[in-house]
Each structure stands twice: as structure tokens, then as C-alpha cells.
Write a protein that binds this ligand. Structure first.
Ligand code: TYD
Length: 207
């Protein structure tokens, strides 16, 4: 079955999009999931973020949560023939941690890919929500809380650039989504794309 992921910098509206998709795509009976997960490995990741743990340790925590996510949710759902839709997935590591690890390792992206290569399940399709940085920062600013280090403007700019580089390298997998558009319009666009992908995959499996 198909594995679909939603990606983008903080403030692009992924969480709202997930809520819309949960209503609009219910008939396909997908498994909706997310990274960091809601399990104890995901809670460990969130604690690591809050405590600004050392960046290599942080990257490995995210990767550990991903491995647990694959085993507990993603692989079983795919084996059952259900579509999986994940709010963030491996590209979040490739985009965010490659920026965070810059200057600490010789080739952060190469290292991150090596860490995942032997065991990850690559997505079939990835919707990348793209938003001008000033708009993302404005949206985040509305939240009354201290910004996590990932939410600093310069970090977000570089993370979005890293996402665009990933998308250029695999144009067949990535679909760019204009996140400045009205929320229902964004949801309708992504819904239509997911329906087409699921339908195509089901048609391939029919005898
Ligand atoms: P997320 O839960 O999407 O943000 P929020 O708590 O605002 O809903 O993700 C938490 C933060 O972790 C977010 O800034 C993105 C970052 N992140 C990484 O740096 N690497 C990763 O692999 C993942 C999954 C998230």
C-alpha cells in the first residue's frame, strides 16, 4: 500500500491540514500518524528538544523514534493494505538535522542518510508545504511561548532550503504545496492527490 508524508517548516499549517485530511479521507481508512510519535520514544525526543540536548544525540533520538514508529505503526499498517499518512517523517531529519549538524560533522546529510539507509521505508509521495519565511515566523509568533531553536528565522530559512534541495533531487516523489493558499484549498489539493495515488496503487494490485 502507499506511504504518504507531509513535510514543511514550522508554521506551514501541517497540523491543520492533517485535521482536514482526517475528515476528508475517512472513507479510505488510512492510518494517520506523526513524528515525533506519541509513544515514549517520541516523548524522549520532545524532552531532548526542550533541553537542547547535544545535536548528534538529538538526531539519534529522532532516528530511534523513527525506527520504533516503523515497527509499531507504519509497517503493520502497510502490511494490512492500509494507506499511511504521516505528519513528518524521514525528510524532517534530512532537512532539520542537516542544518543543525552543519559545522559539527563533515557531511551531515550523508551521515543522516547512512543512519537511515539499512532500515527505513521510503515514502511513495511527499507533500512539501512551502511558505515565505516571514509568514511562517508571523504564524509562529502568535503562539505565546518561547520559540524552540528550530523555530528561529534563520534556521527555518535554511531548513526550507534543505527541503527544496531534497525535492529537486526526487521530483517524482515530492509535490510542492503553496501554503499561502486558503486552508480548505490546500486541503482539497492534497486530498485529490492522495486519492489519485491510492487509486493507482489499488489498480496495480488488482488481478
Ligand atoms: P512537530 O511536532 O511537528 O512540531 P510542533 O510541536 O510545533 O507540532 O515537531 C517538533 C519539532 O521537531 C519541529 O520544530 C520539527 C522538529 N523535527 C526535527 O528537527 N527533526 C525531525 O526528524 C522531526 C520529526 C521533527
Amino acid at each position: 500500500m502507499v506511504l504518504i508524508t507531509l513535510e514543511g517548516i514550522d508554521g506551514t499549517g501541517k497540523t491543520t491540514l492533517m485535521t482536514h485530511l482526517q475528515h476528508r479521507l475517512a472513507d479510505l481508512e488510512p492510518v494517520f500518524t506523526r513524528e515525533p510519535t506519541t509513544s515514549w520514544t517520541g516523548r524522549a525526543v520532545r524532552r531532548g528538544i526542550a533541553e537542547e540536548i547535544e545535536p548528534v544525540a538529538e538526531a539519534l533520538l529522532f532516528a530511534a523514534d523513527h525506527a520504533a514508529h516503523l515497527a509499531s505503526i507504519v509497517r503493520p499498517a502497510l502490511a494490512e493494505g492500509r494507506p499511511v499518512i504521516s505528519d513528518r517523517y524521514s525528510d524532517s531529519r534530512y532537512a532539520y538535522q542537516s542544518v543543525v549538524l552543519e559545522g559539527l560533522l563533515r557531511d551531515p546529510m550523508g551521515w543522516l542518510r547512512d543512519v537511515h539507509a539499512a532500515w527505513t521505508v521510503p515514502p511513495d509521495q511527499t507533500y512539501l508545504l512551502v511558505l515565505p519565511i516571514d509568514q511562517a515566523v508571523r504564524r509562529l509568533g502568535g503562539k505565546h511561548r518561547r520559540r524552540e531553536h528550530f523555530e528561529q528565522e534563520e534556521v527555518l530559512r535554511r531548513v526550507q532550503e534543505a527541503y527544496m534541495t531534497l525535492a529537486e533531487a526526487e521530483p517524482w516523489r515530492f509535490v510542492l504545496v503553496d501554503a499561502t493558499k486558503e486552508k480548505r484549498e490546500v486541503a482539497g489539493f492534497v486530498e485529490a492527490g492522495i486519492r489519485e495515488t491510492v487509486e493507482r496503487s489499488r489498480a496495480r494490485r488488482r488481478p
